[in-house]
Structure formats: C-alpha cells, structure tokens
Design a protein around this ligand. Structure first.
Ligand code: NAD
Length: 443
C-alpha cells in the first residue's frame, strides 16, 4: 500500500521503516530539512537497536523515501499518518499545533480520498478537531473529497521500538468507518497473522486508551516509589518487597521497579495532559496528580542522598555520573532523571563527570560546553578524581562493574544507586557505602 508518514521522530521513523520492510511503499515527510538530508545519506538521527540497517535496507530498495515536500507526501499515500510531537503547552495540556499543521497540509494538497491516521498521542476529541480542520479547508478549496480520521495510538517502547513495531502486543484502531477499518486491516495484515491483534473501537475510546496505558504504567512506578520511600523509613528493603508482591500473579513482576523517577518523552507529559483533560471536564484526578507529585519528588532523591552524605556541602565536589538517557538502549534525554540530578548538583556548585553509552552527543547538544560538566569516554574514566559515584540509568554495562576499581579510584568509596542495580550487602563487604532507593535496612 502507499503510505505517507508525517514526522520522522522515534515513532514516525520506526513505524515507517517497519511498514516498508513488509513491502508497503512509504514516504516520510518532515519539516526538519537537516534530518531528511541525513537520512538520505544513511545517517539515522536517533539511536534505536536494529533501526539503522532496517532504514538503510528499505531506503536502498526504494520502499522508504524521505522528503520535506509535503505536497508530494500528501499525493503519495492513501493512508496519511500523523506522527509529529505533542509536547506540553504552558499549562501541561497537549499542544496540538503540529498535529493540526499536518491536518492543514493534508487538506491543502489532497486530490483523492484519504484515511488520515493519528499516531501521535493526542487528547480525546482530537480526531474531531482534525476532521473539522480538513473539512473546513476542503470547503474553502471548493472540493468535495471523502476522508476518515482514525485514531491508531502507538505503544512502542523506546529502546525496543523496532521489535515492538514488528511484533506489537495489540493494534488499537479507533474508527466508526468500515472503509477506514478495512484499509487499516489491510495495512496491518502482515503484523496480524498468528493471532488477532487488532482491537477496533470508537475513536474517543482509542484516544483515551493510549493515555490510560501510560498513566497506568506511571502509576505502577510511582506506587513502587512510594513503597520504597516508606521502606526506607521503616527499615525494610523494597527489593525484597518487590519480589514478595510480584509473585502474586494479580500483581506480576513487570514494571514494579523502584528508582529515581520516570522520565522520557511520554509518561511525564501524558500524565500531565490527562490531568488537564480531566480538569477541563470538571473531574478531579486525585490519583494522577499524586502520581505526578510522587515522581517529581523521586527525581530529587539521589541529590538529597548526596547532599546529606556531604553534609550539605557539595561545592567543588566531583560526582561521577553513570547513565544520562532516561532509560537504557536509547539516547533520549527528554525529562531524564539525570538532568534533575545534574542541574541540582550544578546549582550546589558540584562538577559532574558523566558517561553514557549512547546519550553523550544529546547531553552535549542540550547543555553545550560548560566547565562543570565533563563528558568522559568510558565509565571507568568518569571515576577519575571523583568524590562519589551516582547511577541514573540501568544500562547493562553498569550492572556488574569492577567494585575494586571503584573503591580505589573514588575519593570517597560511596555509590548512590538510582536504579537499585547493586546488592548493598556485597558493597558493604567490599567497604563501599551504598545509598539506593528504598533499601531501608541498615547495611
Ligand atoms: P519526535 O519529537 O521524536 O519527532 C517528531 C517529528 O515530527 C520531528 O522530526 C519534527 O521535525 C516532525 N514534525 C513536526 N511538525 C511537522 C510537520 N508539520 N510536518 C512534518 N513533520 C513535522 O516525536 P516522537 O517521540 O516520535 O513522538 C511523536 C508522537 O508519538 C508524540 O505524540 C508522542 O507522544 C507519541 N509517542 C511517542 C512514543 C515514544 O516513545 N517516543 C511512543 C508512543 C507514542
């Protein structure tokens, strides 16, 4: 099928490449000319495992094209995906300006019927807005063309995006139109072979499904962080508690890891956006507000531990920081916990010596060159001359470090572990002080 994807970010690029791989003819349109030019040269602007060869292979085969020419894009695809960003605006609501800009573009250039698909995470009611926008422009152009607006939220996880798109758990399709449903079934048929994954529903329910999914996951994290904070006060170890509750199949082991807060481009903004949506319809979202508040507090946790350890005097201290991305296997730093820690450390006069396997360029892009940030080539070199080690991201490379080296190299043998990667008892035996999340037993 001929498909057009507007927005070549984490969602658009991965989805486009995966659709091209199964034989669809995909044109990707982005307003970022630099991004489009690099993709044409085979340079992939984001880090996602498996993405580079997938994009290169399909580009070379001619099934995947990159352009800034929106008119060409609109004329190409029977199906038009909108996969642009929906960042928070000043009050935390989802900012729909990019989504509506694409809707206008589609309406301006379309000459045949189209199925317009909202892939971006958008508040309930957005498909109606997109449809109104397209209808108004078609009317102004004096043309009458059929079109449907479908909600097809994306559930991929950064760091496993290619695998998630190739083997989705479910494909949610929100539409009341049989024509649109059939087109979507045809598009996704290659991904729907071994068992039925398509869940078809009305548009508004599909739009809410995406927010409900992310808010549920964020709630699980904040719940565990609340338990971790209690464990700390009560002299219990949250890691033991985690095992104890996860063994109940009604709870399960997934997504119940305590830590120094959730980040990324989705959970923080989607929880916030659903809070605003609820408020706009006169509902008080008590639980969601708390999820957000607990997370905000959790992101301060490592800094608070560091401050107490150094008796409130962090001026001139060098802190080795392992992990900058908001989670492993991505270079995405949006709302990452590491940023809160670094910014707090800088405000307290400390110097950060950071290492991350993939997010060093992104850190440089965000913070530029500053005398209190040293980006180091290896995790070991980040320890040189440092007073303490803090860990913000659970990259595999950090899971079994050389503790002897850490102890020898740091000025103070102390680790602040924001992801509970290490066993406090083992570190104690090695003579390394340990501060994790919710490890309340005194080691
Ligand atoms: P992103 O910021 O990585 O990419 C968005 C792209 O859209 C950018 O390249 C930007 O230049 C482009 N763009 C903006 N306006 C445009 C226009 N008018 N025409 C063409 N291109 C335009 O964003 P993302 O992380 O891919 O997220 C996209 C949407 O998908 C968001 O709504 C997000 O909430 C949702 N989502 C993201 C993830 C994720 O893990 N990143 C997962 C599921 C859903």
């Amino acid at each position: 099928m001929d498909v057009t994807v507007f927005g070549i970010g984490y969602v658009g690029l991965v989805q486009a490449a995966v659709l091209a791989e199964v034989g669809h003819e995909v044109v990707c349109v982005d307003i970022n000319a630099e991004r489009v030019e690099s993709l044409k040269k085979g340079i992939i602007p984001i880090y996602e495992p498996g993405l580079t060869p997938l994009v290169q292979r399909n580009y070379e085969a001619g099934r995947l094209q990159f352009t800034t020419d929106a008119e060409f894009g609109v004329k190409h695809g029977k199906i038009q995906f909108i996969a642009v960003g929906t960042p928070p605006d000043e009050d935390g609501s989802a900012d729909l300006q990019y989504v509506l800009a694409v809707a206008k573009t589609i309406a301006t250039y379309m000459e045949t019927p189209k199925v317009v698909v909202d892939k971006s995470t958008v508040p309930v009611g957005t498909a109606d807005k997109v449809a109104e926008c397209i209808a108004a422009i078609l009317k102004a152009r004096g043309v009458s063309l059929d079109f449907d607006v479908v909600s097809n939220p994306e559930f991929l996880k950064e760091g496993a995006a290619v695998a998630d798109c190739q083997r989705p758990d479910r494909i949610v399709i929100g539409t009341d139109s049989a024509v649109a449903e059939n087109k979507m079934r045809e598009l996704y048929a290659p991904f729907n072979r071994n068992h039925e994954k398509l869940i078809v529903m009305d548009v508004r329910s599909a739009e809410l499904t995406k927010y409900a999914a992310n808010c549920m996951l964020a709630t699980k994290i904040s719940f565990m962080n609340e338990m971790a904070n209690l464990a700390e006060k009560l002299g219990a170890d949250i890691e033991k508690v985690r095992l104890g509750i996860g063994s109940d199949p009604r709870i399960g082991y997934h997504f119940i890891y305590p830590g120094c807060g959730y980040g990324g481009s989705c959970f923080p903004k989607d929880v916030q956006a659903l809070v605003r949506t609820a408020e706009k319809v006169g509902y008080t979202p008590e639980l969601l507000r708390s999820v957000e508040a607990v997370n905000g507090r959790q992101k301060e946790k490592l800094f608070n531990h560091l401050q107490s350890y150094f008796n409130g005097d962090l001026a001139g201290k060098r802190i080795a920081l392992w992990g900058l991305s908001f989670k492993p296997n991505t270079d995405d730093m949006r709302d990452a916990s590491s940023r809160v820690l670094m910014e707090n450390l800088w405000a307290a006069g400390a110097i950060v010596q950071a290492y991350d396997p993939e997010a060093m360029n992104e850190t440089q892009r965000i913070y530029g060159t500053r005398s209190d940030l040293n980006l180091m080539g290896t995790k070991e070199s980040a320890l040189n001359g440092a007073d303490a080690l803090a860990v913000c991201t659970e990259w595999n490379a950090f899971k079994a470090p050389d503790f002897d080296l850490i102890k020898e190299t740091l000025n103070h043998a102390v680790i602040f572990d924001g992801r509970n990667l290490y066993d406090p008892a083992i570190l104690e035996a090695q003579g390394i002080a340990y501060y994790g999340i919710g490890r309340g037993r005194s080691y």
